[in-house]
Design a protein around this ligand. Structure first.
Ligand code: ATP
Ligand code: MG
Length: 563
């Protein structure tokens, strides 16, 4: 089987992919051209990743191409920062637009010409109604609208007024250009939609050149036509706009006729996928920024340690349909674990340390033990881990008075220290407050590497670090941002937030190899996957928990429901 065949066989099909296949087979289109068209008014979220994977994925699979186009028609909300962030996110996801980077603002002149064309054909007019009057005239879902009194202006007057709108002669809101379609249409999008509005705003790319800006609906389909997009893929809420897009394409001298296909948006539990709401979280300070590791943004997920392969795998599993549904966050986390389990290097890190002194280990001595980097990948090799008389173990791995099913360390009990020795707890030291502050233990030198020559068994293996060699770190543990499975979209988002979405452990102790973790997500044995955070400074390492080893959130929720 060739590589292309293998991909085709492995890719789960969907209705859009089937349409593309048929169109290529029948020759309706010569080669596939798709596009990803974000509005640069915020950072991309995991919903956008679904669209990116679909558009770039199809182009890759069928040997076509995918354009990166910024739909930058609203200068008021758009910023250069977002453009750069979006490009970075798409590249990080593993896609490349080559030379095909476009901006709707590149087409402003052409769009202006086309609006003039409609005016000349008697299919568009300048309207003086205020926004409120226009709303009244528009009618409702059950009642038809009324024609504007300016609808029958002469073509010459319309052309003159449009030119003067462009020249900046009028105030914002004073006039608009509307298509002359049908004020009684059952589809409200066809009731003389606005094509151009006056905005005395500076555009990130065209500066102060324009005083009028095309509406999204007037720019979007024509931009697709200019670029020769064969399949314009968008989410379901634009299905009602399709007749309008088609009307423009039929009534304008466009160079190509794109066809639009709609699929359902991605919705995910315990979060919100709307730039507006995410902007609100950032603006109100509920998170530290768009790339806060709790955010459902691509940049947040990257910072948290999600690998791009996991996002692509997730998109493939979710698939493309026309049914609206809500996908479990647990599925995304599953995809993350799947990739990391194979790829992540294993390390030892103690998050809540408890000191252990091995009384029969010589003072001042230390040794290096072999540790396996990744049991799933032999080629990852081994590393040396320092061992000495004083160690840290996880506080939760010891109980002074253990219940029946607790098999870890307890007074008089023997356990295995991973890659090292068997260890027995002889004495518990407490501080003035009665808290366990230190364990006095002994080790069996015969058990180096973690096995007893006499074959005796222990019931638990603990991770540990050497007190003298370890590096201190802050570790940030994350849980879902919203407590509810499907958080209500309310103006007061603060109410719905999970108060425990971030827990900071500021006294973690890491094995020395973690000082060089770099950008890769690693596994802290028995704890989960973690990635170095950019807040790391010269003074301290900061790690983010990417995801736990098991789905503990679902378990906690179930317990909560029971109690
Ligand atoms: P938001 O509602 O978050 O502002 P948007 O649709 O306004 O999203 P755009 O920048 O216009 O954001 O979207 C770019 C592309 O991404 C569009 O084709 C859009 O359909 C798609 N997209 C946006 N959100 C989702 C989602 N949740 N699932 C799938 N595709 C999405
Ligand atoms: Mg939008």
């Amino acid at each position: 089987m060739s590589e292309a065949e293998a991909t085709a066989a492995d890719t789960p099909s969907n209705f859009i992919r089937d349409i593309v296949k048929d169109d290529l087979a029948s020759g309706r289109v010569g080669s596939l051209i798709t596009r990803f068209p974000p509005e640069p008014n915020g950072y991309l979220h995991i919903g956008h990743a679904k669209s990116i994977c679909l558009n770039f994925g199809l182009a890759k699979e069928f040997g076509g191409r995918c354009h990166m186009r910024f739909d930058d028609t609203n200068p008021v909300k758009e910023e250069e920062e977002y453009i750069e962030a979006i490009k970075e996110d798409v590249r990080w996801l593993g896609f490349d637009w080559g030379e095909h980077l476009y901006f709707a603002s590149d087409y402003f002149e052409k769009l202006y010409e086309w609006a003039e064309h409609l005016i000349r054909e008697g299919k568009a007019y300048v309207d003086d109604l205020s926004a409120e009057e226009m709303r009244e005239y528009r009618g409702t879902l059950t009642e038809p609208g009324k024609n504007s009194p300016h609808r029958d202006r002469s073509i010459d007057d319309n052309l003159d007024l449009f030119a003067r709108m462009r020249a900046g002669e009028f105030k914002e809101g004073q006039r608009v250009v509307r298509a002359k379609i049908d004020m009684a249409s059952g589809n409200i999008n066809l009731r003389d939609p606005v094509l151009y509005r006056i905005l005395h705003a500076t555009h990130p790319r065209t500066g102060d050149a324009w005083h009028i800006y095309p509406n999204y609906d007037f720019a979007h389909g024509q931009s697709d036509a200019i670029e020769g997009i064969t399949h314009s893929l968008c989410t379901l809420e634009f299905a009602d706009h399709r007749p309008l897009y088609d009307w423009f394409i039929e009534n304008l001298p466009v160079p190509a006729r794109p066809r639009q296909y709609e699929f359902s948006r991605l919705n995910l539990t315990h979060t919100l996928l709307s730039k507006r709401r995410l902007m609100q979280l950032v603006g109100e300070g509920h998170v530290t920024g768009w790339d806060d590791p709790r955010m459902p943004t691509i940049s947040g997920m990257r910072r948290r340690g999600y690998p791009p392969e996991a996002l692509r795998d997730f998109a493939a599993r979710v698939g493309i349909t026309k049914q609206d549904n809500v996908i479990e966050m647990a599925l995304l986390e599953y995809c993350v674990r799947e990739i990391l389990n194979k790829a992540a290097l294993r390390r030892m890190a103690v998050l809540k340390p408890l000191k252990v002194v091995i009384e029969n280990y010589p003072e001042g001595q230390s040794e290096e033990l072999d540790a396996i980097n990744n049991p799933e990948d032999e080629t990852a090799g081994k590393r040396k881990v320092p061992f000495s008389r004083e160690l840290y173990i996880e506080r939760d791995d010891f109980m002074e008075d253990p219940p029946k099913k607790f098999f870890r360390l307890a007074p008089g009990r023997e356990v295995r220290l991973r890659y090292a020795y068997f260890l027995t707890c002889n004495e518990v030291i407490k501080d003035a407050a009665g808290e366990v502050s230190e364990l006095r233990c002994s080790y069996d030198p015969q058990t180096r590497g973690g096995n007893a020559p006499d074959g005796r068994k222990v019931k638990a293996t603990l991770h540990w670090v050497s007190a003298q060699h370890c590096v201190p770190a802050e570790v940030r543990l994350y849980d879902p941002l919203f407590t509810e499975t499907e958080p209500a979209i309310a103006d007061d988002l603060g109410q719905a937030l999970n108060p425990d979405s971030l827990v900071i452990l500021d006294n973690a102790k890491l094995e020395p190899a973690l000082a060089d973790a770099g950008d890769a997500t690693v596994q802290f044995e028995r704890q989960g996957y973690f990635r170095l955070d950019p807040d790391t400074g010269a003074q301290r390492l900061v790690f983010n928990r990417t995801v736990g080893l098991r789905d503990s959130w679902a378990k906690i929720q179930k317990q909560k429901q029971k109690s």
